[in-house]
Design a protein around this ligand. Sequence first.
Ligand code: ADP
Ligand code: MG
Length: 747
Amino acid sequence: MTCRVPPSHRTLDPQRHITSGFIRKKGTHVNPLDAILKPKSIAVVGASRREGSIGREILHQLIEFDFHGKLFPVNPKADFIHSIKAFPTVSAIPDPVDLAIIVVPREGVLSVIDDCGKKGVTGIVVITAGFSETGEVGKKFEAQLSERVRHYGMRMIGPNCMGVINTDPEVRMDATFALTLPLVGRIAFMSQSGALGVAILNIARQIDMGLSFFVSMGNKTNVSGNELLEYWEDDPQTDLILMYFESFGDTKRFMQICRRISKRKPLLVVKSGRTEAGARAASSHTGALVAGQGLDVATDALLEQSGAVRVNTVEELFDLALAFSKNPLPRGNRLAILTNAGGPAIMATDTAIAHGLSMANFSEQTCQELRRMLPPEASVQNPVDMLPQSDRSKYDACARILLEDDGVDMLLVVFVPPMLISAMDIIPGLEQLRPKYQKPVVAVIMATEEFFVELNRDRPNHMALYIFPDSAVNALAALDRYRVWREKPVGEVKYFEVRTGAAEELIQEVCRQGRGQLTAEGSLRLIGYYGIPVANSVAAASREQVERVASELRYPVVLKAVAPDLVHKMDAGGVLVDIRGPEELRAAAEKITESVARHRGGRAAADGLGFLIQEYVRGGREVIVGMTHDRKFGPLVMFGLGGIYVETMKDVVFRVPPLTDLEARDMIRQIRGYNLLRGVRGEAPIDHGALAQILQRFSQLAEELPEIAEIEINPLLVFPQAGDFRAVDARVRLRGNREEGSAPRRL
Ligand code: ADP
Ligand code: MG
């Protein structure tokens, strides 16, 4: 086949391909999805003569793209459609049928499935809409459809989708109703939105981007996004995977698959829609921080941990797809810029620095060679400004010099068309350089749209070109971030020996008492079962009890008020620290009782007020470790600088458990206040590895105790001494009967 991507970009490891996945023998369908994606014969059920109808467009598109197989229109009322003999039913077709594309009205879909079942069709694409996306009645139809498809052992894409494409010359199937035909390429595209899918196909064509596959997922009733990803994992026609989706399904599975695939093929993801975490924000800092971020922290965390490259807009998706599909990965982050105009190069430099790229320092030899090539007014430092009248030979020569330099990992060429020199002249030279140097080269051509139309027509499969410097640099930075991910080991999820049984018993006891949350003391005990060190604590049910134990304590201590309504004890004047003896303790108990009464507005002042007496842990830096549940994602673990100002500082990071050891370390490193933990002004650093281990133990807890809706340790006091940590405050809220328990939706 014609390859639209330089061979250098083929990320596929042939060894791995031979030993894993499905080995496709000619003529046999080993993977059940082959019936849908590599059919040898297709029935279009609901094919129509009416121009503009979907039933006619799909048939037309299949013919136009020259489907490499047999095509059977099915329509009980027509003898022929689009000059092809039509059949009244699928079962009336004399030849075997791999795939049925169903376009009939919703009410007719089930009987078509039965007819397909009779015929032994195993691949189904349901274009028809009006299912779960429309409400209760539609949901019922969809449930029946799902059941029926499963009954026949079929695989189905849709319903409510816009079709599938496979550009492999052995297949050549365009079963969509987009207006344009796809270009052949090595990018697989999965879209959850049908309407956007059409737009995407049109844009891809416009910007000369070739596809290997396109699948509009629709309602994901049968085939999930995860399955499709796995299908593309070993697909030799696909080097790059693009996804647009609105909802995740099995996130854990997605993370596993994505982690594996992204080590071999880049995945670019546009995820729209926001997480639903934080509806119950007030009850914990973790929840409040998730909600307060206003961003989709859960998706960000998930994608980052999965190695997928998240983009925010479809425009950015295309920008990155161009760079990824037409370049090898860089070896490092050092960027060289070659330009004929100062302004755009400065913009590009700023963006590069902001994105974490570094500007390459050229070798002495590079500077000398540039100097020889260029007029004295030109700049031979990075960015290299050759001045406006630089022609193709200057671009060629200087680009070559820069790519020769070992200190340059990638090259951005900027061209602002001066009057007499056409951008069309400089592109061929740059393209010739690319295979030799195995470094990413992208160009910014600040030209009119007509230029790009002409370019796509005359030079198909050209290098990655951009109109604006920002988009080009953003794309290069993404390439580099992906390189870092590829080079980085994922790490391991470690399970510790912990007292899960005791923790479960404690939770059950609380449930039996009809309570929704654990006491402060119970919460600390629970995390203690998971090997997280906690400050010595004694619970006292009343002031009298505090007084009774006062003489037996080792001072100094801390006294805290505990009651279900006291979410943040400090705010209610409910925490007094550094209490030196029994007398002080009695006075503290009285003071706290008064403060809490005032806080409660005087009514029922001391009702249900208990106390917690705790060893006073002097010094230490305060961190927070939390977990909250996202309705769609499940648990989300948070780490950051803790204490009573945590919501003001908002210095926290999120991850989806289970955490690997390296992820736990990354979490610590990624907070802005990391330097505080490393020790400033001569302080000793805290034990990074031991703290990471606490995060992993916490992640294990979040995973093993699904009854917990929210848990938060704040603060965990950390000390420079090896592994010295003490949790002094924790809160655990259990799941209610109705909330947070819904089954995960499919990806
Ligand atoms: P809350 O978060 O409900 O206001 P905490 O128990 O977290 O109550 O206490 C508030 C603050 O008091 C903590 O952030 C910490 O600075 C300090 N503190 C609490 N317990 C101790 C302790 N045992 N030793 C030292 N400082 C403590
Ligand atoms: Mg606290």
